[in-house]
Design a protein around this ligand. Sequence first.
Ligand code: NCN
Ligand code: DMD
Length: 345
Amino acid sequence: MNTHADWFYTDCPTIEQHWVDQGRSHQDTLTKPPGSLGRLEQIAIEFCGWQSTLSPECERVQISVFAADHGIAQQGVSAFPPAVTAQMVQNFLAGGAAISVLSRHLNAEFHVVNCGVATALADAPTLVNKPIAQGTQDFSFEPAMTELQCHAALALGAQQICNSQLFIGGEMGIGNTSAASAILSLLLNQPSGVTVGPGTGLQHEGITHKQDLIGRAIEHHKPNIRGALDVLRCVGGFEIAALVGAYIQSAQRGIPVLVDGFITTAAALVAVRLNPSTRPWLMFSHQSAEPAHQLALSAMDAVPILSLEMRLGEGSGAAMAVPVIQNALRLHNGMATFQQAGVSQ
Ligand SMILES: O=C(O)c1ccc[n+]([C@@H]2O[C@H](COP(=O)([O-])O)[C@@H](O)[C@H]2O)c1
Ligand SMILES: Cc1cc2nc[nH]c2cc1C
């Protein structure tokens, strides 16, 4: 059913190296010892390449939070009950969640996308209410979704991309660290003992139960896995598939993506495995406290900007990194050169 004609296999634009080179040359003319702004220099240089300019900007930010329920959440794999997914969606819409506060502060274009929350949600101006189904199937027994549902969730994510200078995808879904860990196990060929962690706050016993369950689930699905799309369909979630679609579409439109935490990085890895030309358009915002996040980042040679021991999701770690990016670009655009300031080199 899926063919190489599918939209998500289309190449993303290549980054023009001469803008990257000019960005680096400009950094070296600014009144500072070369390299002294560390990663901030690299961030500005990457934006020069993405925007084909020497004066890049990151003022118009889009934040879309994708939400869905998970069949596996019935198996005691989370410190919180599944009902919290719908309750937190209402909180996003009411403006009281962490991502609501940060989005307001950033003046971001903010949407919450219901990809598959089982509970009916009250309409709201920032809600995109397009559930694929009332949550995924429990992937410890059967594939999380059908091929049709997986394609629909990818397309739903892609449809959310607006015109902005930076796309942030967030997620909300009780049980989705189980899906993310299973994805990492299957894509990176790692046992569940390596990929499974506390998520929202499981203690030792809970983590052991989650590792056993995910371990059995990955063995169950392995014989049917031919590639990243099968991994996504068998053990993913509707919000994770929507993130994959959104990341690929954003990259295809030449809009850089700022990846958030553990679940979103698992989605980014699926995106890169499906379409490797997505990778140059991804920037990684923070190192999550979820232990296997490091493994997922390393698999993409990704070094995140911040490390704040956050493990909230919602896009919150990415939103926290935006002011760092904005200041990196302000320095790049606003600092005097050695010549302008009459400073000896
Ligand atoms: O982004 C992260 O690094 C992260 C790490 C742990 C948990 N979360 C959030 O917590 C929820 C999933 O946790 P769990 O324990 O229910 O699988 C989901 O809504 C995520 O947004 C997010
Ligand atoms: C309260 C709460 C808020 C969240 N935001 C993202 N995942 C979450 C999980 C819980 C439990």
